[in-house]
Design a protein around this ligand. Structure first.
Ligand code: PGA
Length: 246
């Protein structure tokens, strides 16, 4: 895993946008894996700017999102479908037929997981955020490294972290659909974005800890093409000056 040290959130977003724009410009029909959460918002803003400036086109791009809550309609501000429309898709020239997000309202959720998994084409670049407990997507600690798209019960830690977007903790869904860890690892390249001091313990554990299902992100160290773009605050417990390979 290559670590790129950046000064702040803005620089993290800029570096990630540059990688993605380059990928699309080299292969206009690229497939992207996308994430939600506070971390990638800046990246999406930069991609919107690049699209508006005519520097990148999403016309032939296909996207697959990592996850979705169970039970929230698309019109709900907290659904990941709403988040993606609002933060990216409504503002770029993407063909909506090429946008894929798990359906958390499906009658048969197990069937929906299978359907989604079968649809996923090889992902050229997958964007990931890092959960405080090491989750990637909604793959919580203890998830098998050989998991495929599946239904999960969210941990208290994740529900609490995400409750900042809801009126109260009780409103945070208890279940979600997520791409599995093996599904994620089949991506050709992965970009893990981390910003802020709050994540510094998780980053330290990722870099210095063992590869273990207790800390799902640790498996990324076994993938040949992972870049962690992290800012100064997130890297404060580690001695990284510019770039490091671990
Ligand atoms: P965040 O979430 O981007 O909102 O910090 C990351 C995650 O939990 O995967």
């Amino acid at each position: 895993m290559k670590i790129i040290y950046v000064n702040d959130y803005d620089e993290m977003s800029e570096r990630a946008a540059t990688i993605i724009a380059k990928q699309i410009n080299q292969a206009p029909n690229s497939t992207l894996g996308l994430a939600t959460g506070a971390t990638p918002e800046g990246l999406y803003q930069k991609l919107i700017q690049l699209n508006k400036q005519g520097k990148v086109s999403f016309k032939d791009v296909t996207t697959f999102n990592l996850d979705e809550y169970v039970g929230l309609p698309h019109t709900d501000k907290n659904s990941y479908r709403y988040f993606m429309n609002n933060h990216l898709f409504d503002h770029i020239d993407i063909n909506r037929n090429n946008v894929h997000i798990p359906n958390g309202l499906a009658d048969d959720l197990e069937e929906e997981c299978k359907r989604y998994e079968a649809k996923i084409k090889e992902i050229d670049v997958q964007v990931l955020g890092l959960g405080l407990n090491g989750h990637i997507g909604f793959n919580e600690p203890g998830t098998s490294f050989s998991s495929r798209t599946h239904l999960v019960s969210l941990t208290d830690s994740t529900r609490k972290a995400n409750s900042r977007y809801f009126q109260k903790l009780d409103d945070v869904p208890r279940m979600a659909i997520t791409m599995g860890i093996e599904t994620i690892l089949e991506s050709k390249r992965l970009i893990l974005l981390v910003s802020g001091e709050e994540k510094s313990e998780a980053v330290e554990r990722l870099v210095n800890g063992n590869i273990s299902e207790d800390f799902p992100a640790s498996i990324l160290k076994s993938h040949p093409e992972v870049v962690l773009i992290a800012d100064k605050a997130a890297l404060k417990r580690l001695n990284v000056q510019n770039e490091l390979v671990c």
